[in-house]
Design a protein around this ligand. Structure first.
Ligand code: CA
Length: 260
C-alpha cells in the first residue's frame, strides 16, 4: 500500500512542477507509458516492481505463472517483459522460448538461482538482459529503460513510417509525403503523442479513456478532449489531402489505419 501511495504523491508533485518537469518528460516520450508485463509468482516482489515502475511513468500488468504470462502477452502486447525464471506451470525459460517464437518483445529475466545465472549470463537464450535477486528495484527500472531505449532504437531507428506518414520520435515531427512533397505536420504535443501512440498499434481499436491514459496521463482532461484532438488531427491531415487515418470505431472510440 505504501507503494501505491508513493506513486500517487509523485503524480501530485509532478502537477505542481509541470513546467520544470516538461523537458525531461518530453525527452522520454517514447518510453513513457510503455507497458511492462511483470511475470512473478511472489506477490510481494511483483508489488514492489509494480510500485517502482508505475512511479516512474510505466504502465504495468502482472502474471503469476508462465501460462498467464503467455496469455497476457498475446492479448496486451506489452512493450517489455520482466520474467522471473522460477514460475509455476511453465517456467521462465519456457516462456522465453515461446515469446521468442512469437516475436521480438524485449525480455529481462529475473532470478535468484546460481544455475540460472550461468545459463543467462551468455544471453544466448534470447533474453535482452537479466537481473539477479535480491535486486534494487531502482536498478531494475533503470534496466527496463535501458533495454527499451536500445531495442526501440534498433527496431525503429526512431522513425516509424506508415503509408504516407513518417513519425520522427527524436524531433517530435510527423512528415507527410504526397505528390513528391514532404510536409511537416504542425501538431501540438498532445496531438503528436496521440498519433505516435496509435501508429504503433495500427489495427487496434482504442477507447477514448485508453488514449487519454496513454497520451495525457498528467492532465485532468475529460475523455471528450480526445475527440477534439482526433478531430484536429483529421483536419490537419485532410488539409494536405490525407483523409481517413483515424476512423471512429462504433461503441469503442478510434483506430489508426491507412486509408488506402
Ligand atoms: Ca519465482
Amino acid at each position: 500500500m505504501e507503494i501505491a501511495k508513493a506513486g500517487f504523491v509523485r503524480n501530485s508533485a509532478a502537477q505542481g512542477g509541470k513546467a520544470e518537469g516538461k523537458t525531461e518528460e518530453t525527452q522520454d516520450i517514447r518510453l513513457d507509458n510503455s507497458l511492462v508485463l511483470i511475470v512473478e509468482d511472489e506477490p510481494a516482489i511483483a508489488q514492489i516492481l509494480e510500485g517502482y515502475l508505475t512511479r516512474d511513468g510505466f504502465r504495468t500488468v502482472r502474471a503469476g505463472d508462465g501460462e498467464t504470462a503467455l496469455q497476457h502477452h498475446a492479448l496486451l502486447k506489452p512493450d517489455i517483459v520482466l520474467l522471473d525464471v522460477r514460475l509455476p506451470k511453465l517456467d521462465g525459460f519456457g516462456v522465453l522460448g515461446r515469446l521468442r517464437q512469437a516475436g521480438s518483445t524485449p525480455i529481462i529475466m529475473v532470478t535468484a538461482v546460481a544455475d540460472d545465472i550461468d545459463r543467462l549470463s551468455g544471453l544466448r537464450l534470447g533474453a535482452d538482459d537479466y537481473v539477479v535477486k535480491p535486486f534494487n528495484p531502482q536498478e531494475v527500472v533503470a534496466r527496463v529503460r535501458a533495454v527499451l531505449r536500445r531495442t526501440q532504437g534498433d527496431r525503429a531507428e526512431t522513425i516509424r513510417r506508415f503509408g504516407t506518414l513518417e513519425v520522427d520520435f527524436n524531433s517530435y515531427t510527423v512528415f507527410v509525403s504526397s505528390d513528391e512533397r514532404r510536409i511537416a505536420l504542425p501538431l501540438t504535443l498532445s496531438e503528436f503523442r496521440i498519433l505516435a501512440y496509435m501508429i504503433r498499434h495500427p489495427t487496434q481499436a482504442f477507447s477514448r479513456a485508453d488514449i487519454l491514459d496513454a497520451c495525457l496521463p498528467e492532465s485532468d482532461a475529460l475523455v471528450r478532449t480526445v475527440d477534439t484532438h482526433i478531430s484536429n488531427l483529421r483536419r490537419k491531415l485532410e488539409e494536405i489531402g490525407q483523409a481517413g487515418f483515424f476512423p471512429a470505431v462504433r461503441g469503442i472510440g478510434y483506430r489508426f489505419s491507412d486509408p488506402r
